[in-house]
Design a protein around this ligand. Structure first.
Ligand code: URA
Length: 234
């Protein structure tokens, strides 16, 4: 991404844009060691900008995004198999990272941010953020199976914490609403399999009270200030 030098200086809170222009024309500013007096000069990512010989770094702007992840995308930045990555869907001019992960074949709500502190908070097991999923499973779970699911069950060598499960629509494929607040690898799939109902489709529809709403698959939006505040209180 490139920005005009005077905007770069203003964004870095060195001076107002007008004052920054003065500094440039006065020959006080250099880019990669070369003094710049032209006002239109653009600065690229990775350039070194100095004022009076002292380096100026841009203040990092914090970005918070909600993406409706489609199935068939990985949440890792780059991977060896060349499969599409969620970051290909987001063009916000900043380096953002997914908050936690969703499986390649899971769709739904994925937060992305460059706020490392918030990511840490939201993904740390002790913070217990509720995540709501809609799952389509093979067959229909019985009351006993759902009781087992709610109380916690063994997946591999791990006992899951109490969770919520509710049938939304019965059929050869049954639609379930599931709420968990842990984030073990493929946890919902493994929990459903543990009660004998393989997951065919999985979608995350909410994180805490933040929901996907009508955001279209593959699209993203910026969180509102209120939503950001809310996430910070979790
Ligand atoms: N649980 C899963 O099994 N997969 C996901 O992607 C998220 C939760």
């Amino acid at each position: 991404m490139s920005v005009r030098l005077q905007k770069y200086l203003a964004d870095a809170q060195v001076a107002s844009r007008r004052k920054a222009e003065e500094m440039i024309t006065e020959g006080r500013v250099s880019v990669n060691g070369k003094t710049i007096t032209e006002l239109g000069t653009k600065v690229e990512d990775g350039d070194t900008v100095c004022v009076d010989g002292k380096e100026v770094r841009p203040a990092e702007k914090l970005i918070y995004i909600m993406l409706h992840k489609p199935d068939g995308y990985v949440t890792t930045a780059k991977e060896q198999f060349g499969r599409p990555a969620v970051l290909d869907l987001v063009d916000c001019g900043y380096r953002v990272y997914p908050v936690g992960r969703l499986d390649y074949d899971t769709s739904g709500l994925l937060l992305l941010t460059n706020d490392g502190e918030l990511t840490y908070k939201l993904t740390h097991p002790k913070h217990n953020v509720e995540k709501t999923y809609i799952a389509q499973v093979e067959g229909t779970p019985t009351e006993d199976e759902m009781k087992h699911f709610r109380e916690g069950l063994e997946i591999e060598d791990y006992k899951t914490a109490p969770a919520k499960i509710k049938i939304l629509k019965k059929g050869t494929l049954t639609t379930l609403k599931i709420v968990i607040h842990e984030g073990k690898n493929r946890q919902v799939r493994k929990m459903c399999e543990a009660i004998g109902h393989r997951v065919r489709r999985l979608k995350r529809v909410a994180t805490g009270s933040l929901s996907l709403g009508s955001l279209e698959k593959g699209k993203y939006r910026y969180l509102t200030d209120k939503e950001i505040e809310y996430l910070k209180t979790l």
